[in-house]
Design a protein around this ligand. Structure first.
Ligand code: GLU
Length: 277
């Protein structure tokens, strides 16, 4: 059975790009007589707001993208996130990182020709070799830290991983390109990549549909699935909608919000047609 999901962050009103993503997932489930789920990705406490969550729900109902079952809120999934994080720690692939953003930028600038991954310069690995005893003392003394995945070690242990996108084909994952990604921070007990794989698996999602800005990062997510013994879904990345300036639509593009289009008199079908052009 096909089960898809739409996973917006409640940090603004939905715009045409979100309507397209929601419709894409909803339609994939509908065509296969499957189920479409709604998950609110509200782990970023500083940007998430309950009124935006209410707005998302209002807009989806108006558009006719009806989801199956209860809405999942990622912030309520902390015990599961913690359990899987502990599993990664026990596997020996996680280390504490005490670098501030400024430390990292300084180090990258000093290196001159710092290696870049698909999402920018990669973490130089400064804290990877801190002796365990020293890390323990620094944590015990209250020093702020994040937890990072030793990605080369983890990828070596996981072995070759292939994954499939319905349009783009089969990929051989190369997660090392991203460097040692952050898995958890003090203010976010599970970072996006970790939370998304845990929550998709827990909801039995079999087909992940989302914007193609996340295509490359799927390499990280299939690695985490392999390490954690979670099933790998099928993927279908879709194009991102562009605004009149040729740039991808952003939350600040008020004119394209579903709410503003509704208030301007557009019908749900007209909005869905508009986002599929
Ligand atoms: N919350 C993510 C976003 O809004 C969704 C990521 C995903 O679908 O995996 O881009």
């Amino acid at each position: 059975m096909i089960r898809t999901r739409f996973a917006p962050s409640p940090s603004g009103r939905l715009h045409l790009g979100h309507a397209y993503a929601a419709w894409f997932a909803w339609n994939a489930a509908l065509r296969a007589d499957g189920e479409f789920l709604l998950r609110i990705e509200d782990l970023d406490q500083t940007r998430s707001r309950v009124e935006y969550e209410a707005g998302i729900i209002e807009d989806l109902i108006w558009l006719g993208c009806h989801w199956h079952g209860a809405v999942v809120r990622q912030s309520e999934r902390a015990p599961a996130h913690q359990e899987y994080l502990t599993k990664l720690i026990d596997l020996g692939h996680v280390y504490p990182c005490f670098c501030t953003r400024r430390d990292i930028l300084r180090e990258i600038a000093a290196a001159g020709n710092a290696p870049h991954g698909p999402s920018g310069p990669i973490y130089p690995g400064t804290c990877r070799s801190i002796p365990r005893e020293e890390s323990k003392e620094r944590i015990a003394s209250g020093e702020n830290h994040a937890l990072r995945l030793n990605i080369i070690q983890a990828a070596q242990e996981a072995g070759p991983i292939r994954w499939k996108d319905i349009d783009a084909g089969t990929f051989e994952a190369k997660p090392e390109r991203f460097g040692d990604i952050i898995l958890a921070r003090k203010d976010a007990p599970a970072a996006y990549h970790l939370a998304v794989v845990i929550d998709d698996a827990a909801s039995g999602v079999t087909l992940v549909t989302r914007g193609d800005d996340l295509l490359a990062a799927t390499d990280i997510q299939v690695l985490l699935q392999r390490l954690l013994g979670l099933p790998q879904p099928l993927y279908h990345h879709h194009r991102l909608l562009l605004g009149s300036n040729g740039k991808r639509l952003a939350k600040r593009d008020q004119s394209a919000t579903i709410q503003s289009l509704r208030e301007a008199g557009y019908s749900p079908d007209e909005v869905l047609n508009k986002c599929q052009i």
